[in-house]
Design a protein around this ligand. Structure first.
Ligand code: B12
Length: 492
């Protein structure tokens, strides 16, 4: 059997980092972990290939080769997924589809031959058995959440790793919290399901053996969902594993209550974590109550962010405007918060209600739902009727993005962050491309760019005040360039 795994193209969005990746001559953020995991669950004797449309093209010869095309996607890849399916149908190749887009919206893809939905740990085997018996059904689904302690090491060797800037691995699925706008618990449940430390070390060994030395992204919904296991098993194992290794800094997603646990923070820094994404959402306490974001309530959020930064974690933040409790003052409040906290990578979106969430149910009851969500929460669109009116909301939103990504305030924020930040001691892996990226940034941002004054300000400030952080400062200058391109594309 010949299986072609195909990953659709991402549009030009905030998280695509398309404009930043050019500086390091990379084509995409990370290889598609879902497909590589599924590939490892297929019979060993089957032939498998990966075509990630973010790094290469899908040729007619690829489709002729394949007996089945396996496709995975997020909502944001909907258009590209549709094109792939159409091409498969024209070429007469059968399509098997899975992953979050199809799990949520399978009824919109009638051409797909077999949906293998939810988590493949439960649905793939029944499909494969039926296929072997010649009676594969149109859909395999489950309402259960499997343990992941038997999930195999993903087949990273199928991906051409030289095109990627980062690699994803997954330790846990699910999140213990109940934020009303988030669909993670619908997809993956409340109880964090964990891999063992032995599994994770085997995955890291595999990646290291492939020659990977760049960043590793733990794509957990909330990495600190089970603190006890982290403290007693995984983090001690990672600290041990890191000894003598070069590069491989880690980043992940956590809830803000990490700031309350100095022991956990210290262990994460020792293990080599240097960046975390945190759902901050809003400095407006009433809106935090409204969306049930209990872990963020009743705390000095700026101070919590600084605690993380001082412990060695760069904080990236998610922010939302458009809650029922937001008034016209929210826009300036968000700008002030983001600037003060030194959250350089600030993903600000309009409140959206994904199907399956409590928010969706409530707004449906209130008759305040519009069309489908676009899947890109930074394109200024929403599927809800906001209390303050869509026009005022969008105008305020534009104001936030315009201000926080303007070269001067962006650089102010980077400096605020670098003053606070104490990076963990990971042995740096110096790549030729990183050195070339410095040259490219000098030319593109320091000479040609509208941001040139700010580029040199940050350049010399860091060289004199925090020289160890100089490479990070250049990276953040390049990120700023990407964010400005995306903001201009979507919002202006
Ligand atoms: C890592 C990640 C990213 C990375 C992607 C890196 C990459 N190239 O892989 C980044 C940071 C870029 C990202 C961005 C976004 N993401 Co994202 N992301 C995730 C996250 C945290 C992990 C994905 C992952 O790798 N999981 C691990 C693998 C093993 O799981 P999996 O892919 O689901 O695969 C399993 C099953 O689904 C199934 N399966 C998957 N594919 C297939 C295919 C076949 C054929 C079969 C049989 C089975 C199968 O088998 C696997 C094993 O069980 C998920 C949440 C989550 N926990 O899944 C959100 C998630 C996928 N992201 C989501 C969203 C909305 C986004 C954004 C749009 C958010 C935004 N703020 O704009 C952006 C858009 C991306 C862009 N570039 O524009 C949503 C998608 C919702 C949806 N219904 O599609 C999720 C589910 C989070 C959420 N809250 O709902 N994301």
């Amino acid at each position: 059997m010949k299986i072609l795994m195909v990953y659709p193209e991402f549009p030009d969005t905030f998280w695509s980092f398309k404009h930043a990746l050019k500086f390091v001559h990379k084509k995409a953020g990370a290889p598609p972990l879902g497909l590589l995991t599924v590939a490892a669950m297929l019979p060993a004797e089957w032939e498998k290939r990966l075509v990630d449309l973010n790094v290469t093209k899908l040729s007619p010869a690829d489709l002729t080769w394949a007996d089945y095309v396996f496709v995975s996607a997020m909502v944001v890849q909907r258009d590209s997924a549709r094109e792939i399916i159409t091409r498969c149908k024209q070429a007469g190749v059968k399509v098997v589809a899975g992953g979050p887009l199809f799990t949520m919206e399978h009824d919109q893809f009638p051409e797909v031959d077999h949906f293998v939905l939810n988590e493949a740990e439960l649905t793939l085997q029944p499909f494969l058995s039926d296929l072997a018996n010649g009676c594969a059904k149109p859909m395999y689904t489950t309402s259960e959440f499997p343990e992941i302690q038997n999930t195999p090491v993903p087949l990273w060797r199928l991906a051409d790793l030289k095109h990627y800037e980062s690699i994803s691995i997954q330790f846990s699925r699910g999140c213990p919290f109940n934020c009303d706008f988030c669909n993670i618990t619908t997809l993956l449940g409340h109880r964090p399901r964990l891999k063992t430390a032995v599994q994770i070390i085997a995955e890291l060994d595999d990646i290291y053996a492939l020659g990977w030395r760049k960043g590793v992204f733990f794509v957990d919904d909330n990495f600190i969902g089970n603190k006890k296991q982290l403290k007693t098993e995984l983090l001690p194992a990672l600290i041990e594993w890191r000894k003598g290794k070069i590069g491989m800094s880690f980043n992940t997603e956590v809830s803000i209550n990490l700031a309350d646990d100095p022991e956990l923070l210290n262990l994460m820094a020792q293990a080599g974590f240097d960046t975390v994404f945190v759902g901050i959402e809003t400095p407006n306490e009433d809106s935090l109550v409204e969306c049930n974001k209990n872990q963020n309530k009743g705390r000095d959020l700026v101070e919590s962010v600084k605690v993380l930064q001082r412990a060695g974690l760069q904080v990236q933040g998610g922010f939302i405007v458009g809650f029922d409790n937001d008034t016209s003052s929210i826009f300036q409040q968000q700008i002030d918060f983001i600037q003060k906290s030194g959250i350089v990578t600030a993903m600000v979106g309009l409140l959206q209600a994904p199907p399956g969430t409590h928010l969706y149910q409530r707004l449906k009851r209130e008759g305040r739902l519009l069309k489908d969500i676009s899947g890109d929460n930074m394109d200024g669109s929403t599927n809800i009727v906001p209390k303050m009116g869509l026009a005022s909301l969008r105008e305020g939103y534009r104001k936030i993005l315009g201000q926080i990504y303007a070269p001067k305030s962006y650089t102010d924020r980077v400096i605020t962050f670098l003053r606070e930040y104490r990076p963990p001691k990971v042995k740096v892996h110096l790549e030729l491309q990183s050195i070339l990226a410095l040259g490219r940034s000098i030319f593109r941002l320091g000479i040609l760019g509208v941001e040139r004054v700010q580029y040199w300000r940050l350049f010399f400030w860091t060289l004199f005040r925090r020289p160890r952080l100089f490479p990070l400062a250049i990276t953040l200058s390049i990120y700023g360039f990407h964010f400005r391109q995306v903001v201009e594309l979507h919002v202006n």
